[in-house]
Design a protein around this ligand. Structure first.
Ligand code: F6P
Length: 328
Protein backbone atom coordinates (compact mmCIF):
# COMPACT_ATOMS: atom_id res chain seq x y z
CA UNK A 1 0.00 0.00 0.00
CA UNK A 2 1.67 3.31 -1.02
CA UNK A 3 1.98 5.94 1.70
CA UNK A 4 -0.93 8.44 1.68
CA UNK A 5 0.15 11.75 0.20
CA UNK A 6 -0.22 14.75 2.50
CA UNK A 7 2.46 17.03 1.12
CA UNK A 8 3.80 17.48 -2.41
CA UNK A 9 6.66 19.55 -3.77
CA UNK A 10 7.04 21.10 -7.20
CA UNK A 11 10.19 22.23 -8.99
CA UNK A 12 11.14 23.56 -12.40
CA UNK A 13 14.34 22.32 -13.97
CA UNK A 14 16.40 22.71 -17.16
CA UNK A 15 15.75 25.49 -19.66
CA UNK A 16 12.81 27.68 -18.63
CA UNK A 17 9.79 27.76 -20.90
CA UNK A 18 6.65 29.90 -21.05
CA UNK A 19 3.90 28.08 -19.18
CA UNK A 20 6.08 26.88 -16.31
CA UNK A 21 4.50 29.43 -13.96
CA UNK A 22 1.05 28.40 -15.08
CA UNK A 23 2.03 24.79 -14.27
CA UNK A 24 3.32 25.76 -10.80
CA UNK A 25 0.05 27.61 -10.19
CA UNK A 26 -1.93 24.58 -11.26
CA UNK A 27 0.03 22.17 -9.06
CA UNK A 28 -0.28 24.48 -6.04
CA UNK A 29 -4.00 25.08 -6.52
CA UNK A 30 -4.76 21.41 -7.15
CA UNK A 31 -2.99 20.60 -3.89
CA UNK A 32 -5.07 23.28 -2.13
CA UNK A 33 -8.24 21.90 -3.72
CA UNK A 34 -7.45 18.44 -2.32
CA UNK A 35 -6.41 19.84 1.06
CA UNK A 36 -2.82 18.77 0.88
CA UNK A 37 0.23 20.90 1.52
CA UNK A 38 2.49 22.08 -1.28
CA UNK A 39 6.11 23.24 -1.20
CA UNK A 40 7.84 25.12 -3.98
CA UNK A 41 11.46 24.07 -4.52
CA UNK A 42 13.78 26.83 -5.72
CA UNK A 43 16.38 26.35 -8.49
CA UNK A 44 15.35 22.84 -9.48
CA UNK A 45 17.39 19.96 -8.12
CA UNK A 46 19.94 22.40 -6.66
CA UNK A 47 17.24 23.62 -4.29
CA UNK A 48 16.18 20.05 -3.54
CA UNK A 49 19.74 19.27 -2.41
CA UNK A 50 19.92 22.44 -0.29
CA UNK A 51 16.40 22.24 1.14
CA UNK A 52 15.49 25.56 -0.44
CA UNK A 53 11.73 25.10 0.00
CA UNK A 54 8.85 27.49 0.44
CA UNK A 55 5.30 26.60 1.50
CA UNK A 56 2.84 27.64 -1.21
CA UNK A 57 -0.87 28.14 -0.81
CA UNK A 58 -3.50 28.99 -3.40
CA UNK A 59 -3.00 32.75 -2.98
CA UNK A 60 0.79 32.53 -3.29
CA UNK A 61 0.46 31.82 -7.02
CA UNK A 62 -1.82 34.71 -7.90
CA UNK A 63 -0.91 36.79 -10.93
CA UNK A 64 1.60 34.35 -12.41
CA UNK A 65 -0.40 32.48 -15.06
CA UNK A 66 0.54 35.15 -17.60
CA UNK A 67 4.24 35.42 -16.68
CA UNK A 68 7.13 33.90 -18.62
CA UNK A 69 10.10 32.22 -16.96
CA UNK A 70 9.61 30.46 -13.64
CA UNK A 71 9.07 32.08 -10.24
CA UNK A 72 10.76 29.05 -8.67
CA UNK A 73 13.81 29.62 -10.88
CA UNK A 74 15.54 26.85 -12.74
CA UNK A 75 18.96 25.23 -12.89
CA UNK A 76 20.83 22.36 -14.48
CA UNK A 77 22.26 20.67 -11.39
CA UNK A 78 25.58 18.85 -11.71
CA UNK A 79 25.46 17.67 -8.09
CA UNK A 80 22.15 15.90 -8.54
CA UNK A 81 23.86 13.71 -11.14
CA UNK A 82 25.94 12.21 -8.31
CA UNK A 83 24.70 9.63 -5.76
CA UNK A 84 25.93 11.90 -2.94
CA UNK A 85 23.89 14.80 -4.32
CA UNK A 86 20.75 12.70 -4.57
CA UNK A 87 21.28 11.34 -1.03
CA UNK A 88 21.44 14.91 0.28
CA UNK A 89 18.24 15.69 -1.64
CA UNK A 90 16.49 12.66 -0.22
CA UNK A 91 17.43 13.67 3.33
CA UNK A 92 15.94 17.13 2.71
CA UNK A 93 12.79 15.59 1.33
CA UNK A 94 12.41 13.27 4.33
CA UNK A 95 13.16 16.09 6.82
CA UNK A 96 10.48 18.25 5.16
CA UNK A 97 7.92 15.39 5.17
CA UNK A 98 7.45 15.59 1.41
CA UNK A 99 5.54 12.61 -0.01
CA UNK A 100 5.90 13.20 -3.72
CA UNK A 101 7.51 15.46 -6.29
CA UNK A 102 6.26 17.11 -9.48
CA UNK A 103 9.09 17.93 -11.87
CA UNK A 104 8.47 20.43 -14.65
CA UNK A 105 11.23 20.18 -17.23
CA UNK A 106 12.70 18.28 -20.17
CA UNK A 107 14.23 14.85 -20.63
CA UNK A 108 17.32 15.60 -18.51
CA UNK A 109 15.08 16.63 -15.62
CA UNK A 110 13.00 13.46 -16.05
CA UNK A 111 16.11 11.30 -16.02
CA UNK A 112 16.99 12.82 -12.62
CA UNK A 113 13.45 12.18 -11.35
CA UNK A 114 13.50 8.56 -12.49
CA UNK A 115 16.85 7.80 -10.86
CA UNK A 116 15.67 9.50 -7.66
CA UNK A 117 12.61 7.25 -7.65
CA UNK A 118 14.63 4.11 -8.35
CA UNK A 119 17.14 4.86 -5.59
CA UNK A 120 14.72 5.93 -2.87
CA UNK A 121 11.34 4.61 -3.99
CA UNK A 122 10.09 8.18 -3.94
CA UNK A 123 6.95 9.10 -5.94
CA UNK A 124 7.65 11.42 -8.90
CA UNK A 125 5.56 12.83 -11.74
CA UNK A 126 6.80 14.79 -14.76
CA UNK A 127 5.29 17.71 -16.62
CA UNK A 128 7.03 18.34 -19.97
CA UNK A 129 8.28 21.93 -20.05
CA UNK A 130 10.56 22.88 -22.92
CA UNK A 131 10.12 25.00 -26.02
CA UNK A 132 11.77 22.32 -28.18
CA UNK A 133 8.77 19.93 -28.13
CA UNK A 134 11.23 17.04 -28.14
CA UNK A 135 9.53 14.78 -25.60
CA UNK A 136 7.82 11.53 -26.48
CA UNK A 137 4.32 11.04 -25.07
CA UNK A 138 2.85 14.47 -25.69
CA UNK A 139 1.92 16.30 -28.85
CA UNK A 140 2.89 19.59 -27.18
CA UNK A 141 5.38 20.46 -24.46
CA UNK A 142 4.80 23.56 -22.34
CA UNK A 143 6.17 26.63 -24.06
CA UNK A 144 6.30 25.20 -27.57
CA UNK A 145 3.20 27.04 -28.76
CA UNK A 146 4.31 30.33 -27.22
CA UNK A 147 7.77 30.00 -28.76
CA UNK A 148 6.21 29.38 -32.17
CA UNK A 149 4.20 32.58 -31.89
CA UNK A 150 7.23 34.54 -30.69
CA UNK A 151 9.37 33.29 -33.56
CA UNK A 152 6.71 33.87 -36.22
CA UNK A 153 6.39 37.44 -34.99
CA UNK A 154 10.17 37.86 -35.30
CA UNK A 155 10.20 36.37 -38.81
CA UNK A 156 7.41 38.71 -39.91
CA UNK A 157 9.55 41.62 -38.77
CA UNK A 158 12.68 40.30 -40.44
CA UNK A 159 10.70 39.86 -43.64
CA UNK A 160 9.95 43.59 -43.66
CA UNK A 161 13.68 44.28 -43.97
CA UNK A 162 14.28 41.34 -46.30
CA UNK A 163 11.72 42.57 -48.79
CA UNK A 164 12.61 46.28 -48.44
CA UNK A 165 16.26 45.53 -49.25
CA UNK A 166 15.87 42.49 -51.51
CA UNK A 167 17.86 40.40 -49.09
CA UNK A 168 18.33 36.78 -48.23
CA UNK A 169 18.09 36.13 -44.49
CA UNK A 170 19.26 33.02 -42.70
CA UNK A 171 17.29 32.93 -39.43
CA UNK A 172 18.46 30.54 -36.72
CA UNK A 173 15.83 29.23 -34.34
CA UNK A 174 16.19 27.04 -31.23
CA UNK A 175 15.92 23.28 -31.28
CA UNK A 176 19.07 21.56 -30.12
CA UNK A 177 18.24 18.13 -31.52
CA UNK A 178 14.91 18.58 -33.24
CA UNK A 179 13.31 20.71 -35.92
CA UNK A 180 9.78 21.16 -34.54
CA UNK A 181 10.16 24.91 -34.08
CA UNK A 182 11.92 25.39 -37.42
CA UNK A 183 9.39 23.38 -39.37
CA UNK A 184 6.33 25.07 -37.95
CA UNK A 185 7.61 28.64 -38.07
CA UNK A 186 9.02 28.00 -41.52
CA UNK A 187 5.56 27.18 -42.82
CA UNK A 188 3.82 29.90 -40.81
CA UNK A 189 6.40 32.54 -41.72
CA UNK A 190 6.45 31.62 -45.42
CA UNK A 191 10.11 30.60 -45.47
CA UNK A 192 11.66 29.62 -48.77
CA UNK A 193 13.63 26.78 -47.17
CA UNK A 194 13.78 25.06 -43.77
CA UNK A 195 16.86 23.24 -42.49
CA UNK A 196 16.21 20.74 -39.68
CA UNK A 197 18.35 18.14 -37.88
CA UNK A 198 16.10 15.26 -38.92
CA UNK A 199 16.65 15.74 -42.67
CA UNK A 200 19.97 16.70 -44.19
CA UNK A 201 18.77 18.39 -47.32
CA UNK A 202 22.31 19.12 -48.44
CA UNK A 203 23.82 22.31 -49.76
CA UNK A 204 22.98 21.51 -53.37
CA UNK A 205 19.31 21.46 -52.62
CA UNK A 206 19.58 24.75 -50.74
CA UNK A 207 21.32 26.40 -53.68
CA UNK A 208 18.82 24.91 -56.11
CA UNK A 209 15.94 26.13 -53.99
CA UNK A 210 17.33 29.66 -53.73
CA UNK A 211 17.88 29.76 -57.48
CA UNK A 212 14.35 28.52 -58.08
CA UNK A 213 12.99 31.24 -55.81
CA UNK A 214 14.86 33.88 -57.71
CA UNK A 215 13.85 32.69 -61.18
CA UNK A 216 10.25 32.55 -60.01
CA UNK A 217 10.45 36.31 -59.44
CA UNK A 218 11.09 36.46 -55.70
CA UNK A 219 13.31 39.32 -54.65
CA UNK A 220 13.86 38.30 -51.04
CA UNK A 221 14.13 35.01 -49.22
CA UNK A 222 14.06 33.64 -45.71
CA UNK A 223 15.73 30.38 -44.81
CA UNK A 224 14.96 28.98 -41.36
CA UNK A 225 17.83 27.04 -39.80
CA UNK A 226 17.29 24.91 -36.69
CA UNK A 227 20.29 25.32 -34.39
CA UNK A 228 20.91 21.56 -34.44
CA UNK A 229 20.63 21.22 -38.20
CA UNK A 230 22.99 18.74 -39.88
CA UNK A 231 23.86 20.44 -43.15
CA UNK A 232 27.48 20.58 -41.95
CA UNK A 233 27.83 24.36 -41.83
CA UNK A 234 26.78 26.74 -39.11
CA UNK A 235 24.59 29.67 -40.02
CA UNK A 236 27.52 32.06 -40.55
CA UNK A 237 29.27 29.52 -42.77
CA UNK A 238 26.06 29.19 -44.75
CA UNK A 239 26.11 32.93 -45.37
CA UNK A 240 29.77 32.72 -46.46
CA UNK A 241 28.92 29.82 -48.74
CA UNK A 242 26.19 31.75 -50.51
CA UNK A 243 28.38 34.88 -50.67
CA UNK A 244 31.12 32.85 -52.33
CA UNK A 245 29.08 30.60 -54.57
CA UNK A 246 26.03 32.56 -55.64
CA UNK A 247 25.91 35.79 -57.54
CA UNK A 248 24.02 38.85 -56.48
CA UNK A 249 22.76 37.89 -53.06
CA UNK A 250 22.80 40.38 -50.22
CA UNK A 251 22.85 37.94 -47.29
CA UNK A 252 22.21 38.59 -43.61
CA UNK A 253 22.12 36.32 -40.58
CA UNK A 254 19.79 36.63 -37.63
CA UNK A 255 20.20 34.32 -34.63
CA UNK A 256 17.06 34.68 -32.54
CA UNK A 257 18.51 33.08 -29.39
CA UNK A 258 16.93 33.23 -25.96
CA UNK A 259 14.21 35.73 -26.82
CA UNK A 260 12.42 32.59 -28.07
CA UNK A 261 12.18 31.24 -24.52
CA UNK A 262 10.70 34.33 -22.90
CA UNK A 263 7.43 36.17 -22.79
CA UNK A 264 3.87 35.65 -21.67
CA UNK A 265 2.58 32.16 -22.39
CA UNK A 266 -0.03 31.79 -25.11
CA UNK A 267 -3.61 30.85 -24.27
CA UNK A 268 -2.84 27.33 -25.46
CA UNK A 269 0.14 26.97 -23.09
CA UNK A 270 -1.82 28.37 -20.13
CA UNK A 271 -4.62 25.89 -20.67
CA UNK A 272 -2.18 23.03 -21.23
CA UNK A 273 -0.23 23.90 -18.08
CA UNK A 274 -3.41 24.08 -16.03
CA UNK A 275 -4.54 20.68 -17.28
CA UNK A 276 -1.13 19.09 -16.77
CA UNK A 277 -0.83 20.37 -13.20
CA UNK A 278 -4.20 18.91 -12.24
CA UNK A 279 -3.38 15.58 -13.87
CA UNK A 280 0.08 15.40 -12.27
CA UNK A 281 -1.15 16.02 -8.73
CA UNK A 282 -4.21 13.80 -9.02
CA UNK A 283 -2.13 10.97 -10.49
CA UNK A 284 0.25 11.12 -7.53
CA UNK A 285 -2.75 11.13 -5.17
CA UNK A 286 -4.02 8.03 -6.99
CA UNK A 287 -0.75 6.30 -6.13
CA UNK A 288 0.82 6.60 -9.60
CA UNK A 289 4.52 7.30 -9.93
CA UNK A 290 7.24 7.49 -12.62
CA UNK A 291 4.97 8.94 -15.26
CA UNK A 292 4.90 12.06 -17.38
CA UNK A 293 1.60 13.72 -18.11
CA UNK A 294 1.09 14.58 -21.75
CA UNK A 295 -1.43 15.74 -24.31
CA UNK A 296 -2.45 13.00 -26.72
CA UNK A 297 -5.57 13.30 -28.89
CA UNK A 298 -6.58 16.26 -26.74
CA UNK A 299 -6.68 14.09 -23.63
CA UNK A 300 -4.36 14.09 -20.62
CA UNK A 301 -2.48 10.79 -20.73
CA UNK A 302 0.30 9.24 -18.66
CA UNK A 303 3.47 7.94 -20.31
CA UNK A 304 6.09 6.04 -18.27
CA UNK A 305 9.04 8.36 -17.63
CA UNK A 306 11.56 5.97 -19.15
CA UNK A 307 9.56 5.92 -22.40
CA UNK A 308 9.22 9.70 -22.38
CA UNK A 309 12.99 9.98 -21.98
CA UNK A 310 14.03 7.34 -24.51
CA UNK A 311 11.23 7.68 -27.06
CA UNK A 312 11.67 9.94 -30.05
CA UNK A 313 9.25 12.76 -30.75
CA UNK A 314 8.43 12.49 -34.42
CA UNK A 315 8.77 15.38 -36.81
CA UNK A 316 5.80 16.08 -39.06
CA UNK A 317 7.40 15.54 -42.45
CA UNK A 318 4.19 16.48 -44.19
CA UNK A 319 4.98 20.05 -43.11
CA UNK A 320 8.22 19.91 -45.06
CA UNK A 321 6.28 19.03 -48.20
CA UNK A 322 3.71 21.74 -47.50
CA UNK A 323 6.56 24.20 -47.13
CA UNK A 324 8.03 23.05 -50.47
CA UNK A 325 4.73 23.59 -52.23
CA UNK A 326 4.11 26.94 -50.52
CA UNK A 327 7.53 28.26 -51.51
CA UNK A 328 6.82 27.66 -55.22
O1 F6P B 1 16.13 22.89 -24.57
C1 F6P B 1 15.69 24.18 -24.73
C2 F6P B 1 16.77 25.05 -25.31
O2 F6P B 1 16.24 26.35 -25.43
C3 F6P B 1 17.35 24.58 -26.64
O3 F6P B 1 16.55 24.88 -27.74
C4 F6P B 1 18.68 25.27 -26.63
O4 F6P B 1 19.62 24.58 -27.41
C5 F6P B 1 19.08 25.24 -25.19
O5 F6P B 1 17.88 25.14 -24.44
C6 F6P B 1 19.87 26.44 -24.75
O6 F6P B 1 20.24 26.25 -23.43
P1 F6P B 1 20.93 27.37 -22.52
O7 F6P B 1 19.87 28.33 -22.11
O8 F6P B 1 21.47 26.60 -21.37
O9 F6P B 1 21.97 28.03 -23.36
Amino acid sequence: MPKAIKKLAVLTSGGDSPGMNAAIRSVVRTCAYHNIECLGVYRGYEGLIEGDFKPMDARSVKGIINKGGTILKSARSKEFRTVEGRQKAFKQVVDADIDGLVVVGGDGSFTGALIFNQEFDFPVMGIPGTIDNDIYGTSHTLGFDTALNTVVDAIDKIRDTASSHNRLFFVEVMGRDVGHIALNVGVAGGAEEILIPEEDLGLDRLVESLNRSRTSGKTSSIVIVAEGDKIGKNIFELKDYVDENMEGYDVRVSVLGHMQRGGAPSCFDRVLASRMGVKAVESLLDGETNYMVGLLDNKMELTPLDKAIKGKSKINLELLRVSDIMST
